[in-house]
Design a protein around this ligand. Structure first.
Ligand code: GLN
Length: 218
């Protein structure tokens, strides 16, 4: 049976030629959830965005968003498509990953284990499945985010390397560990681009660093 790009119907970017030759290439894991909204936001910010469903799409990317949705469904999709190991390799090579809501759950210790956080799913109560709250994010100005929480997860423990960028009711709702960024709400459901812009900044920084190192070692 045929396999590979043509058979699975997806696209991939060719190898990156460095920050001066093109805009950043950012994938959005497109197993389930509102990946199209993330893609549109990235495009508004000038990035090239790609829906990712297969491992062979990862090498051409500078960064990846794992969107919200249903984490159990996304986990099953990752297993089915053999993306678990490749996602870990992608991140351990230093490329930035942004996990939102279910994506935050996936980055935590119970799943991919990329970020040093323990997460409780659906932690904001059964009755209040969804709510909006103003959230001020450190480094993104005084204007709060109108954050949309939908059966949101809560970070119950974080390692010392995890920096909290915003809190709600005493728990982190935006956090960063090196090139990993997470938020427990859905930034793609508003037209506020600031968190995506922050992530694009991490991607740009990583591209510059890797490109400069490659130039030095040449
Ligand atoms: N409750 C969902 C889960 O556990 C996450 C919610 C979301 O992504 N909106 O997967």
């Amino acid at each position: 049976m045929a396999s590979g790009p043509a058979a699975s119907g997806g696209e991939a970017f060719p190898p990156d030629e460095g920050p001066r030759s093109s805009s950043p290439r950012i994938g959005v894991l497109a197993i389930q959830g509102d990946f199209k909204a993330h893609k549109s936001m990235l495009e508004l910010l000038g990035a090239q965005a790609l829906e990712v469903r297969r491992p062979w799409q990862l090498p051409g990317l500078d960064g990846l968003i794992i969107p919200g949705g249903e984490s159990t469904t996304i986990v099953m999709g990752i297993e089915r498509s053999g993306l678990g190991g490749p996602l870990k390799d992608f991140s351990s090579g230093g490329r930035p990953v942004f996990g939102t809501c279910a994506g935050l759950i996936l980055l935590g210790s119970s799943h991919l284990g990329l970020m040093d956080i323990d997460v409780e799913r659906n932690a904001y109560g059964r009755q209040i499945k969804s709510f909006e709250a103003p959230v001020t994010v450190r480094g993104l100005g005084d204007e709060p985010f109108e954050a949309v929480f939908i059966r949101a997860p809560r970070i119950e423990r974080r390692g010392t390397g995890v920096e909290v960028l915003a809190e709600l009711e005493g728990a982190p709702v935006v956090a960063r560990q090196g090139s990993l960024l997470v938020c427990s709400f859905h930034p793609e459901l508003t037209d506020d681009l600031r968190l995506h812009a922050l992530f694009c900044g991490l991607v740009d920084g990583h591209r510059r660093d890797t490109h400069d190192n490659a130039e030095v070692s040449r």
